[in-house]
Ligand binder design. Sequence first.
Ligand code: DAH
Length: 341
Amino acid sequence: MLEKIETLKTESLAESENINSEKSLEEYRIKYLSRNGILNSLFEDFKKVDKESKGATGKSLNELKVSIQKIYDDKKANLEPDNIAGDDTTDITLPGRTFNKGTKHLINQALEEISGIFEKIGFKVYEGFEIEDEYHNFDALNTPDHHPSRDMQDTFYIDSKGKDRKYLLRTQTSSAQIRIMEKIKPPVRIISPGRVFRNEDVSSRSLAFFHQVEGLYVDRNVTFSELKGTLNYFAREYFGDSLKTRLRPSFFPFTEPSAEMDVECFLCKSKGCRVCKYTGWLEILGCGMVDPNVFETVGYDPEIFSGYAFGMGIERTLMIKHGVPDIRLFYENDIRFLKQF
Ligand code: DAH
């Protein structure tokens, strides 16, 4: 064994002359110093050496180990790192490739912006359900069975066989009014953004779904003038100071009295143009004082509480605000459209 160790001393020294790269250093390490390397196997053999030779052999073996470790350490300290890029002629000083950064979809931006305007004056966001039952979408909102909006032609019903209630895709975020009033006692001050569904033919002005933002405020002594003040505040924040607004009498089953709010046409500033159909005004939302029947349905005493509600369509408003000519553009994911916002 002594002889073998002596030979390895010479060999390992000679081989070390050839270490000139990280790769050859690693090969050297694996050959001599790794777990399955030569040194370890010599130490295994050493266990079998007879007692008399143990001293001399052990000493020599240790010298070999120290020598090889030193060679390895010295080389490692002095080697230049390998050029892993090889002979590649890439110019690393060239500017990098740019990539498109995504943005929030215009609809989501609008939902957040509108909710934010109302949050500033104390409204809390409450999201209802897209799948609703007839009770929350219609009955509790004082919309009787014979109302045309309950017709199969206008509403997507869901197969509800075996269920206690008829289910549908909500046609309006107003159902969230009922959900929240069932949950909490007044005062209630919520804003509820979300998607609604109607069985409409697809055209440049309508799709089978769109988005609405609903608002509801219930407390003691809430008045119509507060509704007007709140909506005017919203219109100023969202459309800018310069546009006039007006309320027109209207009808909704769940509010009494009801109204619709118009803003001055952005394009023609009330002079009359194609967009406002020469009226000078654009309708943006429906609103009114919560009907006492609705309060009774949810267990609020209409003698004690009053409130107002409003609901607006988002796509329509955005089409007006940004001059988008076709509602389908919002959903086609055409990057040329999306990146404008
Ligand atoms: N839900 C109505 C619609 O979809 C909009 C609406 C009108 C909401 C009056 C209201 C309201 O809260 O008070 O046409």
